[in-house]
Design a protein around this ligand. Structure first.
Ligand SMILES: *Cc1c(COP(=O)(O)O)cnc(C)c1O
Length: 229
């Protein structure tokens, strides 16, 4: 099914604005990442032309393919990342949302061009579902302290995926828990981990995530649709 990306972008931006108004937040504090894993390069380009400045991919191949086509837009890696593949993308993406182990941080630090740093989110499994990646909330602070050994890795925030709920309202405790954790780490004022950001909210639950403080929302189907491959 082909979708009108520009129309979706306008519609989503309106919903983002309303969620910001409901929660007394500034609209500029919420960045929309178009997750293009189910769509073609051409559709990703349409999103950029419609004013989306952030593109997300969860596979190496998809990330490389889109990177070549999206011009100045920033590329976010949002999928689980194998250490041996870090070298293929670490100098291509602007941001990694799935940092969940020290071995991965070590590899990022090793493979990034000398002198550079890369913005990362630590992925947290707030819901505790078996199927989800990420650290348990208790593990996050000690993990972030240990990350100081890898200076190329800059922890800008925390990321989570909420379980799919028919009623998005039920995801609220997940998002508020991530925000509380972010606030604790932010208060530590580590130079390697400013931790000011929250990557949370997908097509089904982004409005609740915004009300709970999301600064990056990751939208796939609601923004760019899903194409047969
Ligand atoms: C696919 C994906 C999304 C977007 O999912 P939608 O429900 O289509 O909006 C967001 N975050 C991650 C990590 C994803 O893999």
């Amino acid at each position: 099914m082909s979708v009108n990306v520009a129309e979706n972008v306008a519609n989503i931006k309106m919903r983002v604005r309303q969620a910001c108004e409901r929660s007394g937040r500034a609209i500029d504090d919420v960045r929309i990442i178009a997750v293009t894993k189910y769509v073609s390069v051409a559709t990703a380009k349409q999103a950029v032309e419609a004013g989306i400045a952030d593109i997300g991919e969860n596979r190496i191949e998809g990330a490389l393919e889109k990177a070549a086509a999206i011009g100045q837009a920033r590329l976010h890696f949002v999928g689980s990342l194998q250490s041996r593949k870090v070298k293929n993308i670490v100098n291509v993406v602007s941001c990694i949302h799935s940092l969940d182990r020290l071995s991965l941080a070590k590899e990022i630090d090793k493979r990034l061009e000398p002198g550079k740093t890369i913005d990362c989110f630590v992925q947290v499994n707030v819901s505790g579902e078996q199927s989800k990646n990420g650290l348990s909330p208790d593990e996050v602070r000690p993990f972030i302290n240990e990350l100081a050994a890898y200076p190329a890795v800059r922890v800008i925030g925390l990321m989570t995926m909420a379980p799919f709920e028919q009623d998005a309202e039920r995801t609220r405790p997940i998002f508020s828990k991530l925000r509380e954790l972010r606030d604790q780490i932010k208060a530590d004022k580590l130079s390697s981990a400013p931790c000011t950001e929250l990557s949370m909210g997908m097509s089904n639950d982004f409005e609740v995530a915004i009300e709970e403080g999301a600064t990056f929302i990751r939208l796939g189907t609601s923004l760019v649709g899903k194409e047969e491959s």
